[in-house]
Design a protein around this ligand. Sequence first.
Ligand code: ATP
Length: 359
Amino acid sequence: MASVTFEGATRVFPGAERPAVNKLDLEVADGEFLVLVGPSGCGKSTSLRMLAGLEEVTEGRILIGDRDITNLPPKDRDIAMVFQNYALYPHMSVAENMGFALKMAGVGKEERATRVREAAALLDLEDYLDRKPKALSGGQRQRVAMGRAIVRQPQVFCMDEPLSNLDAKLRVSTRTQIAALQQRLGITTVYVTHDQVEAMTMGDRVAVLKDGVLQQVDTPLALYDRPVNLFVAGFIGSPAMNLLSARAGEGSAVIGGYSVPIDHEAASKMSGPITVGVRPENWRLVGASEGGLPVTVTVVEELGADGFVYGTCDVEGTPGTVVIRTESRGAVRKGDVVHVTTDPAHVHVFDTESGARLS
Ligand code: ATP
């Protein structure tokens, strides 16, 4: 069993005002691919480094299966780490780089060669085993770093932004390869990224962190469909969810002059100021007489299959920004005033002050 459990894991750096990671409770199932995501400084690398043994745990504990590893040195944790900068040894060949940790662990030459060959085959690196890292492309170096982790046959992979040095196109193809490889090997993986698209496409589940505090952990679609608070709502999804200030009406939320029906549960919980969230694809363009939200178009982005219309709307005297996904090529132009509505099922309602979801 190689589940990973963080139990109230906390890291306070000396002299810091608040913990870099604050009472993290998180369980990663055996064989699961879990992504830690959040903006810069939210504590995702520190969480991963505590698991890998590279950062002290100030409070709480971390387990692999039922083994408490909180105070074990990194080499005794049965974890392999893949770093952002790959950390390859420049004077060693690809094969030597991949086999180095095994050599240090006292694994014999033949066994080493077999494991390196197997990993090289998995990663399409067989033709490069004699090369030095400087004679490889960025993508190949990234695969060597992966290979070095794989040959160790660890219980857990820890990956810290392993794709961030690749160009955009290679990043997309490599993320698919890593996800497929992880599935094939079935090794429990904790993966850190600041990129929510990477998180959504790779993770079985995604844990969203902010200011050292876990906000929500769930499957990518559950995060997208039911964000627990304003932060997750704004962070997951690209372009981001429209978040508009509103006031409570009778079973509805009122945005400027537009009244959007909301479900009973949310309506019963509304006490103070509220924020209404609508995904860009959940707006529908309607005629001016149909009582939608008027939006003055400022930018139109045509992407081919679909497009995004950006605009402003009047929310209680202050302009709100709106983004609408549309398939109606060329029908909307800058300067137009369009009207949009949405269905109650697609409306997210949040308490503006606490940020909490109300339904
Ligand atoms: P990034 O995406 O920028 O790497 P992150 O989410 O991985 O960010 P961490 O590196 O975990 O964030 O940092 C969390 C917080 O801890 C930040 O406020 C950071 O400044 C602080 N921090 C990280 N390492 C140290 C350190 N060695 N000493 C003091 N503070 C640190």
